[in-house]
Design a protein around this ligand. Structure first.
Ligand code: NAD
Length: 340
């Protein structure tokens, strides 16, 4: 089975590609390697994928390409003919989407339509894509079920994710492509995104740098550990559904003030906190109802916030030590970089 993973150099994409290679699948990663956060982390993620492929005797190929560019995608699909698309590439982040909505529409909406077109033209058997808990907007009736209203997004980012769900529904209707949209809830863990609170807080608290806390600390998030998310993605890849969306969360609400204390305990230092007003585009709470994903995907997250944050801190400490000693990720033989 050959799976084309877009955004495979990023956080969730690299963990997904690693899991696929570990179980022996062929993986083609398409990633434009943008500088939304440091490119070095993405390059290191790719080296991990090369090493994983080598270790497990799986085939891995990487294309640096923009998945909203139909010509580039045609070339790659004609060369690779993947069985399955796992479309995780996107411009992530709520606040920057308010500053540059055009960029988000291009990357997220045009990117998803382009991949759906490829799925249609190249007869892909299953299309799995990243949606987001942000589609629930500022709903306050918790937990959020997939059938809850999603027509009132509060940021351009959230609106692009809802648009992706609508385009997937359309392509399923027109061409019968099996499409599964996964609404991720605040994902964290090793190789996490430095713009998100979990890694940002671990980094700043470890270094004694003040953290910004927006609001009074009562906002809450359903933080979900990366390994649990990957288990839901693999289940969706393996079990095509005609056209569905599923929540992938942890179904455990953590208040921001408690989250900071969990990070403090894992790092072993007190945070210095700047209190700032709530930010436009932020929502007060997220909380996943997992009834549907448990029933239809067998999705059952197992990582508590305390255990997950401990793993993140361990990874962070190992990274810091490695960088301090001047060691860089070693080059790996035997992988191929495609041309597009
Ligand atoms: P990430 O930024 O680490 O990964 C996204 C990757 O996509 C990056 O490596 C980037 O270079 C690549 N990319 C972006 N636009 C591209 C394009 N046009 N062509 C090719 N590559 C492109 O983000 P992530 O946290 O791993 O998120 C993965 C997916 O999950 C995204 O679709 C995101 O919207 C969604 N999501 C993430 C979270 C979370 O908590 N991390 C929550 C909800 C939804």
């Amino acid at each position: 089975m050959k799976v084309l993973v877009t955004g495979g150099a990023g956080f969730i994409g690299s963990h997904t590609a690693e899991a696929l290679l570990t179980r022996g699948n062929s993986v083609v990663v398409v990633d434009e390697m943008n500088d939304y956060y440091n490119v070095r982390q993405k390059e290191e993620n790719l080296l991990i994928l090369c090493a994983t492929a080598e270790k497990h005797g799986s085939r891995f190929k990487f294309y640096r390409a923009d998945c909203s560019d139909a010509r580039q995608m045609e070339t790659i699909f004609a060369a690779e003919r993947p069985d399955i698309i796992c479309h995780l590439a996107a411009r992530a982040g709520v606040r920057p989407s308010i500053a540059d909505p055009f960029l988000y529409v291009q990357a997220n909406v045009t990117g998803t339509v382009t991949m759906l077109e490829m799925a249609h033209r190249f007869k892909v058997k299953n299309f799995v894509y990243a949606s987001s808990s942000s589609v629930y907007g500022s709903n306050t009736k918790v937990p959020f079920a997939e059938s809850d209203p999603t027509e009132k997004p509060v940021s351009p980012y959230a609106a692009t994710k809802k648009a992706c769900e609508l385009m997937a529904q359309t392509y399923h209707h027109l061409y019968g492509i099996p499409c599964t949209g996964l609404r991720f809830f605040t994902v964290y863990g090793p190789r996490g995104r430095p713009d998100m609170a979990p890694l940002m807080f671990v980094d700043k608290i470890s270094r004694g740098v003040p953290i910004n806390r927006f609001g009074d600390g009562s906002s809450s998030r359903d933080y979900t550990y990366i390994a649990d998310i990957v288990s839901g993605i693999l289940a969706s890849i393996d079990n095509p559904h005609p056209c569905e969306v599923f929540n992938l969360g942890n179904s455990g609400v953590v208040r921001l003030s408690h989250f900071i204390s969990v990070v403090e305990a894992a790092v072993g230092k007190k945070a210095v906190i700047n209190v700032l007003p709530d930010q436009p585009g932020d929502v007060p709470t997220t909380f996943a109802d997992l009834t549907k994903s448990a029933r239809q995907l067998g999705y059952r997250p197992t990582t508590s916030i305390e255990a997950g944050i401990r793993k993140l801190v361990e990874w962070y400490a190992a990274q810091a030590q490695r960088r301090e000693s001047g060691e860089t990720a070693s080059a790996v033989k035997g992988y191929s970089w495609g041309e597009a």
